[in-house]
Design a protein around this ligand. Structure first.
Ligand code: SAH
Length: 458
């Protein structure tokens, strides 16, 4: 039965915010009906105007704050805050950590029905700003000059800014300087609607441990006008650059990178370290964007795997082998599985780069490859999963339950699917011992967790 909607468009009402949405908007409830209101914080009392009502939820605008959250920090209302990927900029870091930790606890109880699991205090950053080691910035044109920044949502309009609060200064600087050089050389910007023009995106990656910078120029046309001059100026003005790459994306698409990549200057890859493990990063490869916290996360994963050196470990969803290579230092053998074949090639290369010989990698879906291995008599003592937001495939969870590894380490970027999957493992004979939230993405709503799950003895 549909309940009547308790508010009407254009109503002014008083509310108390209870929660935050995934976009960082405040959630207020009127007779159980949720209203999403940008800029409202949990605990705050406010007057809002109802802007839109739908069947299950509605939207409002903040009109007046009667009582402020102690965690609110005053910031200028900016497009960067609204659309630039720092949705929690208006909350003190202490408040952000508290919110994320609570969210993990609540979801584990509500969705996972996990009552007695230990949730540790979240591990945050000492300096929660300027941590991202990569940016891919769209380029446009205004008043005869190039601009670069981020798209306004649902529009082709670019906000010209290099003031990202979460990118490393080296990244902000690289994008700014490449934009200036391209502008000076008269290189045209790509225009989405007409599919004309040249320069689509500027991408920069930085190896924080090695100080190596990569610049990727992404164009619609295979021809890059003023190429030699562009390279010469980048090398002169960005002394940390070790690799300049040209990527061609001639399609009408909002996917950033195209298939054709050519090195214009320097190396094909830059290097970086997570802990003692060295990684080669090419223009197209996946690499964690916050290596400082990645190390914290992986050290926890390694601690939870509790390896003696005798174990056979499977790392499902292994990407370029980051966790696998970390684990290989302490395990007898590690098998990594990953659906993207190029990532598996990177993983093999990274194993060789570190002289790691006890790690093997296979391309394929975890839920297909691991059941096949199990049928062939290849079981693991410890299984690590690090799935995308949608969580583990049910078939993989069932295989884990049959295979009975002593321990499962679950790395998750989505507490809701983590809770769902932990419930399935609990019902299949496992116990979730502890969960450690880690703040990999300060100023955003994302939260990462690593959990230790053990086989019950009975
Ligand atoms: N563990 C890695 C990558 C985690 S991201 C790291 O820490 O860097 C999740 C990975 O799972 C991605 O690389 C994605 O390509 C991969 N993936 C997604 N679906 C998959 C599936 N069904 N089977 C195996 N890998 C999958």
């Amino acid at each position: 039965m549909n309940r009547p909607i308790p508010v009407t468009k254009n109503d002014y009402i008083d509310v108390v915010f209870e929660d935050l949405t995934h976009d960082g908007a405040g959630v207020a409830k009127v007779e159980g009906y949720p209203l999403f209101v940008p800029n409202g914080l949990p605990g705050e009392k406010a007057k809002i105007k109802v802007i839109k009502t739908g069947k299950g939820y509605g939207f409002g605008r903040l009109i007046e704050l009667y009582e402020k959250s102690p965690y609110r920090v005053d910031i200028a209302s900016s497009e960067r805050h609204k659309y630039g990927g720092t949705q929690l900029e208006h909350i003190s870091y202490e408040g952000q950590l508290k919110y994320k930790e609570n969210q993990v606890r609540q979801v584990l109880t509500r969705i996972g029905k996990l009552e007695d699991v230990i949730v540790h205090p979240i591990l945050g950053m000492d300096h929660p700003w300027h941590y991202r080691n990569k940016a891919q910035v769209p380029v446009g044109e205004k008043d005869g000059k190039l601009i670069a920044g981020f798209f306004k949502p649902r529009s082709h309009e670019i906000v010209d800014t290099n003031e990202s609060l979460i990118q490393l200064p080296e990244i902000n600087e690289a994008v700014q300087i490449v934009k200036e050089i391209a502008s000076e050389l008269g290189i045209s910007a790509y225009h989405e609607e007409s599919h004309k023009g040249v320069l689509r995106h500027i991408m920069a990656r930085f190896g924080q441990q090695t100080g190596e910078l990569m610049v990727v120029i992404i164009t619609r046309t295979a021809d890059l006008p003023q190429k030699d001059k562009l390279v010469e100026e980048i090398v002169a003005r960005l002394p940390k650059v070790k690799s300049i790459v040209h990527n061609v994306n001639s399609k009408r698409t909002n996917v950033i990178l195209g298939e054709k990549t050519k090195v214009l200057w320097g190396n094909e890859v830059i290097y970086d370290y997570i802990g003692d493990v060295k990684f080669a990063i090419s223009a197209l490869s996946f690499y964690q964007v916050n290596p400082v916290q990645t190390k914290v996360l992986y050290e926890k994963a390694l601690e939870y795997a509790d390896l003696s050196g005798e174990e056979k470990v499977i790392d499902a969803y292994c990407g370029i082998g980051t966790i696998s290579l970390f684990l290989a230092q302490k395990a007898r053998k590690v098998f990594g599985v990953e659906v993207v074949p190029e990532a598996i090639e990177d993983a093999k290369r990274n194993a060789a780069l570190n002289g790691i010989e006890n790690a093997e990698f296979a391309a394929g879906e975890a839920e297909v490859v691991i059941p096949k291995w199990y049928k062939e008599g290849n079981a693991a003592d410890v299984l690590v999963v690090d799935p995308p937001r949608k969580g583990c495939d049910e078939a993989l969870l069932q295989t884990i339950i049959e295979m009975k590894p002593k321990k499962v380490v679950y790395v998750s970027c989505n507490p809701a699917t983590l809770a769902r999957d932990l419930r399935i493992l609990e019902d299949g004979g496992y116990k979730t011992v502890e969960v450690q939230p880690v703040d990999m993405f300060p100023q955003t709503t994302h939260v990462e967790c690593v959990s230790q799950i053990v086989l019950r003895e009975n």
